[in-house]
Design a protein around this ligand. Structure first.
Ligand code: ATP
Ligand code: MG
Length: 410
């Protein structure tokens, strides 16, 4: 049997919300480890969670799953012993013997204040025992080859040599639900990941215009949502909106340079309406300030003015290079750079306006009949999918979680 000590992230700071945060994290972890549920036992305490992994060969898989979970600060694979100085000493010696030749350092934390020895005394006893029973180990408190940490808790003592850094952030779900406008590009998947990092559970909305956009473009969106799924809530929704009718109407505006601006305003209007029915409290986009003509601060202002909900733009201050780095780390990059066009890249005007004005946007909108088409689009042209356990199934509405599988590739 192996034991994993899971240290909670920032939630230690949250006062009375603490239990809510811890329970959410535990719930998320249990969902993640559901495939191994016969093989893992959870023991919750104030600052950490211990997971007993009954069969040793599952350890790596369990660790990998935990490393994808927001709200975990770090992880250690630990030896567990009774609070008995001889036993602690013996286990520490075994660990030291397995370590590479050279130097070691002991760190002792005595959380159980009733334990008969002080931290300093524990250190002395354990170090003496190691030095006496090994030939080639020395103590080096500044630059040790191995750091052996001993934590004496009330119930047991834990001994380990490494802390594996995890994703940190907050448990997904504690910050409510957001709706991410997911293109097929690099930025929006990263934006959704960063929103999850701060505890948002994320649903996705993608706009497409078949037959101008190909089935491959849709496959790409399926594939991206599946890749991001491991960081998200156990099950979440993907909405695919056929934007074709609205786009046709938008082709009739006089000032072609406003086309992208108006399209974004329509996206945001639809996203707002959808959010009401799914109880999303914010929209999330992958816009970065100044990255392209449609992402100037003026443009962001004209887009924001049609939104009731806050629009969160997690990568707004990021350089492209920084976004790409994250996208590689979360494994969405290779999919994002596939060449299939989404709705935007097809209708880009030659000279999109870089500093749109709100009144001009409104004037252009007055020239076309968008309201009815928008209503129609929301009622008839949004398809719902549920992403769960690596599959995407067709949903029949928010409350109905059953459906037929439409895609299981990748
Ligand atoms: P991305 O890499 O996310 O595609 P981008 O740099 O290509 O971003 P734009 O194409 O200007 O930027 O899109 C800005 C944001 O608008 C996207 O990050 C996304 O949130 C949203 N968006 C754009 N196109 C779509 C679409 N077809 N469906 C849903 N959202 C979209
Ligand atoms: Mg794009």
């Amino acid at each position: 049997m192996k034991h994993i000590l899971v240290r909670y992230g920032e939630l230690t700071l949250k006062g009375s919300n603490r239990n809510f945060f811890i329970n959410k994290l535990l719930q998320n972890i249990k969902f993640k480890l559901k495939p191994f549920r016969e093989e893992v036992v959870f023991i919750k305490s104030h600052n950490s969670l211990k997971i007993d992994v009954l069969s040793d060969n599952l350890l790596d898989e369990v660790l990998a799953n935990l490393q994808d979970t927001f709200g975990i600060y770090s992880l250690s694979v630990v030896d567990e012993v009774e609070n008995d100085i001889d036993k602690i000493s013996q286990v520490a010696l075994n660990i030291a013997k397995e370590s590479p030749r050279g130097s070691f350092k002991l760190e002792v934390e005595r959380k159980d204040k009733t334990f008969m020895l002080t931290s300093q005394e524990i250190k002395q006893v354990v170090a003496k025992n190691i030095l006496f029973n090994t030939d080639n180990l020395t103590v080096d408190v500044h630059n040790p080859n191995t750091k052996i940490e001993i934590i004496v808790k009330r119930e047991k003592t834990y001994i380990f040599t490494s802390r594996i850094t995890a994703l940190k952030g907050l448990p997904v779900g504690v910050s409510g639900k957001g709706l991410c406008l997911l293109s097929g590009g690099i930025d929006s998947p990263v934006a959704s990941f960063l929103a999850m990092k701060r505890g948002m559970q994320v649903d996705f909305l993608h706009f497409m215009t078949p037959p101008h956009t190909t089935p491959e473009a849709l496959e790409k969106v399926f594939s991206l949502t599946k890749k991001i799924a491991r960081f998200n809530q156990n099950s979440f929704s993907l909405y695919i909106c056929d934007f074709g009718l609205l786009l046709q109407e938008l082709m009739h505006i006089k000032d072609e340079s406003y086309r992208i601006t108006l399209m974004r305003r329509m996206f945001i209007r639809i996203a707002n309406q959808l959010s009401k029915t799914i109880n999303a409290k914010a929209l999330i986009t992958g816009e970065a300030l100044g990255q392209v003509a449609s992402q100037t601060i003026e443009s962001i202002g004209v887009i924001d003015s049609v939104s009731d909900l806050p629009i969160i733009r997690p990568v707004v201050t990021y350089d492209k290079e920084e976004i790409i780095k994250i996208s590689k780390a979360i494994d969405t990059y290779e999919t994002s750079i596939l060449p299939f066009d989404d709705v935007c890249s097809m209708y880009v005007p030659k000279n999109p306006v870089t500093k749109p004005r709100k009144y001009r946007a409104e004037q252009q909108e007055e020239q076309i009949l968008w309201e009815e088409i928008l209503d129609h689009t929301i009622k008839n042209s949004i398809k719902h999918y549920i992403v769960k356990e690596g599959n995407i199934i067709e949903g029949t509405g928010e409350k109905n979680q059953k459906g037929t599988e439409v895609n299981s590739k990748g």
